[in-house]
Design a binder for this molecule. Structure first.
Ligand code: ATP
Length: 254
């Protein structure tokens, strides 16, 4: 059996005395889409950030394609910051704010890390960027700056930028929060397309309707702990815990 693309074992994160993540276990298979759901402040973004080692976990370990990444189980660094930076592009992170360079064209945004991090010759980087923007229906708008694109188009460029680095896993923080409802199913289709290429994905979302439409598996977090996890459709239809049941009931639009 192949290793999960990304895993967490007993992952913990403290902010001072506050335990933001507590003993999180997670495995994401190739081509699997996992949604992190739960009330505001439950630790969704912190978990994504710890998986990508943008936040240093205090306890536990992250495994990337079966190999320890970042810190040891007691929170000391296993790899140097430089090594972590070199490995991190295997984990694409699509931030809520997208973090595109405002002064660059969409195409240059996609090519930038290939040139500056991968040291790829500019012509080859632009060629790979061009093929990605074509694949995502953005060829006509590739010369525009981010400010001259719609929210959905900007998001596609941010996804292309992460894909340019050939990630094993993609992490999305609230991918639908800035989008018109009509665009949400388009995001689901893009994620499904990516899953078909073998990328494993973790999506932190407030949007249960989106989680239902897009994910294979749900993880329901509360106060930094996993309360319930299971296949999305069956878990939403028949939650095992009263807590998830009441959370679902409190969200009216599914
Ligand atoms: P939301 O759904 O509102 O975005 P979330 O589930 O993504 O929330 P996190 O952003 O992961 O939650 O935050 C988890 C908890 O950790 C919250 O109580 C938050 O206030 C706290 N927290 C996050 N980052 C920090 C930090 N840098 N310093 C102190 N506390 C933090």
């Amino acid at each position: 059996m192949t290793d999960p693309v990304i895993s967490a074992r007993s992952l913990g994160k403290r902010f001072g005395a506050f335990m933001a993540l507590d003993a999180i276990d997670l495995d994401v298979a190739s081509g699997e889409i996992v949604a992190l759901i739960g009330p505001s402040g439950c630790g969704k973004s912190t978990l994504l950030r710890c998986l990508a080692q943008l936040e240093v976990p205090d306890l536990g370990i992250v495994l990337l394609e079966g190999k320890p990444f970042g810190t040891t189980a007691d929170g000391t660094r296993r790899q140097s910051p430089r090594t972590i930076d070199a490995i991190r592009p295997r984990i694409g992170f699509v931030f809520q704010s997208l973090n595109l360079w405002p002064h660059m064209s969409a195409l240059d945004n996609v090519a930038k890390a290939l040139i500056s991090v991968r040291r790829m010759p500019a012509a080859a980087a632009l060629q790979r960027a061009q093929s990605l923007v074509e694949q995502f229906g953005m060829a006509q708008k590739a010369s525009r700056r981010p400010a001259d694109l719609s929210g959905g188009e900007r998001q596609r460029i941010a996804i292309c930028r992460a894909l340019a680095m050939e990630p094993a896993a993609l992490l999305f923080d609230e991918p639908t929060s800035a989008l018109d409802p009509e665009l949400v199913l388009g995001v689901r289709d893009v994620l499904r397309q990516l899953a078909g290429t073998g990328i494993g994905m973790v999506i932190a979302t407030h949007d249960l309707g989106f989680a239902k439409a897009a994910s294979d598996r749900l993880i329901f977090l509360e106060k930094g702990r996993v309360v319930e996890t299971g296949a999305t459709q069956t878990t939403l239809a028949a939650p095992n815990t009263e807590r998830l049941q009441s959370f679902i009931q409190s969200v009216t639009h599914i």
